[in-house]
Design a protein around this ligand. Sequence first.
Ligand SMILES: [Zn+2]
Length: 341
Amino acid sequence: MPSAQTVLGPVDVADLGRVLHHEHLLSLTPGGWCCSCAAAPTDVGRAQVELAVSSLVRLRDFGVRTVVDLSPYGVVGRDAHGANIKLLADISLRTDIHVISGTATYLEAFSPSWALQADIDEMTKRFTADLAQGIDGTSIRAGILGEQATSLGAITPFEERCLRASARAHRATGAALITHTTHGTMALEQIAILEEEGVSLDRVVIGHMDTHPELGYVRSVLDCGVNVAFDTIGKQFWDFRVAPLPDEMPEGEFTKDAYYRADVTRADRIAELVALGFTDRILLAQDMTGSEVYLNPDTHGQLGYAYLFTDFVQMLRQRGVNDRDLDVMLVDNPARLLSLP
Ligand SMILES: [Zn+2]
């Protein structure tokens, strides 16, 4: 039986259960508002662990036994060098939920300086070592590559270099590779780069395809032979920035970007793709972080991680998606991708 690499060591893939394949467990605490956190407010790491533990506690009731943390270096809870990977091990021990870590870099504008300065060989070595030896000098190994990011309608030279390095680490280790597209853009360009690098496209998941405005584009991505992720379920409203806020933020009015994607549209699209026979190449997750809880009080804000398994699954069932289809998307597909040679 093949195994998957969790933060506590290898497990049989048959034990993974339902899997949330794209989450960020150390980014559920946007600030001192978190009154449910027992830890001292100065200990940010402990506060993040407490919030993650309390957020995950109900997941076992829904058959979820595994959560994949795809936080890239320096963003959504992962520190610049990855040393706080140890906190994911604490969360797994406390919740009895398998936690699998990714390894990746995010958009250029948010990436740490060591990554910006690394050449392609250094980056390949880093990702490969994360999978084969451990992250930042720990013995805690990544179990998958990702979320490896490209920008909105563009791939910067840094982002291309890191995507190629991720592809090379995939070839060296056999680990699957999950990307971040910004609102579904550049998916075909990502695939072209990965193909050039000799990646097995059935080991690739193109991320955030539920946020692309056109289903026809999602079909054209699937036609390449990759998997696609509907991984922002419940995130109907969000604010996004293509670059970090400046250190010295000017006071007064400023403009920000925002996006809306209705969950009924996600459900319609998944049902259509399931009816077309693509069930074995769709993955589901919520990509939940702290700020979405404020912006989506009716989904994440009310139900957290449970939302997918209560309300959203009902929407899918109403559209003809059956229990077997759900098992394929939530159990079989992630198990196949998380299997390591
Ligand atoms: Zn992402």
